[in-house]
Ligand binder design. Structure first.
Ligand SMILES: CC(C)(COP(=O)(O)OP(=O)(O)OC[C@H]1O[C@@H](n2cnc3c(N)ncnc32)[C@H](O)[C@@H]1OP(=O)(O)O)[C@@H](O)C(=O)NCCC(=O)NCCS
Length: 206
């Protein structure tokens, strides 16, 4: 059987200037709980509370997962290289009917927000998905009240392609959401024409 890039597993480590992206590991349970259980982190997420059982279930479910399995979510850990601390995670949903499309979710610990870590990590992930996995479209849904999340996706060139108004009953209220999307061809144009968003020198102009 020929080995195409699409058959390769998620890399052991995807490095950025300050970070490493890798598969979730058993030892991540404590870090996951520590930040996912915080009310400010859970506010716009699918969970209300997050405890050791939730982390154990997630880690168990991830055991046989890999990138590009149609209809599944792969969780990716973000680790600060200098300290070895897990500071956040991404969820990558490979669509069941169109595995060249990925939905993305992102969660970072509050102590590590506001310093460009999420931008740096997401840029790396987008590069990987578009160039190594031949992704065609990557998209994310954010609560319209979640300003940092919308800013993150806009900063990396995502187009806002929908604004659903009070369309979903969520955590006791009717919620409005944006859908952000980025195509491979848009990412390619941006990569050639736009300064890297994660670099310190370019941040002031974004
Ligand atoms: C969504 C989320 C990951 C965004 O995190 P974030 O910290 O805003 O994003 P970044 O790490 O890229 O940091 C961006 C900020 O750091 C600043 N920054 C970026 N790079 C920098 C650098 N190299 N040096 C210094 N500052 C930098 C930016 O100016 C920006 O600041 P601002 O918020 O004052 O405009 C975070 O808010 C989060 O995890 N929230 C809880 C979970 C959640 O709601 N997830 C979304 C579900 S859809």
């Amino acid at each position: 059987m020929s080995i195409s890039p699409k058959n390769l597993p998620f890399p052991i480590s995807l490095p950025t200037r300050r970070l490493q992206l890798r598969r979730l590991q058993r030892a991540d349970a404590e870090s996951l709980c520590a930040y996912r259980s915080l009310p400010e982190v859970a506010r716009y997420q699918s969970w209300e509370t997050y405890g050791p059982e939730d982390a154990a279930r997630l880690l168990h479910d991830q055991q046989d997962r890999d990138i590009g399995m149609p209809g599944t979510w792969l969780q990716v850990a973000v680790v600060e290289t200098r300290t070895g601390q897990m500071i956040g995670d991404f969820g990558l949903h490979c669509l069941a009917d169109e595995p060249c499309q990925f939905e993305i979710g992102v969660t970072f610990a509050p102590d590590w927000q506001g310093q460009g870590y999420a931008t740096e990590a997401l840029e790396c992930l987008l590069n990987y998905l578009f160039t190594e996995r031949s992704a065609r479209r990557i998209f994310a849904t954010t609560d319209v009240l979640n300003v940092p999340a919308a800013a993150l996706f806009r900063r990396l060139g995502f187009r806002q392609e929908a604004h659903h108004v009070e369309h979903r009953a969520y955590k006791g209220t009717w919620t409005s959401e944006y859908v952000f999307a980025l195509l491979a061809r848009e990412w390619e144009v941006r990569s050639h024409s736009h300064p890297k968003p994660g670099s310190v020198s370019t941040f002031a102009e974004i």
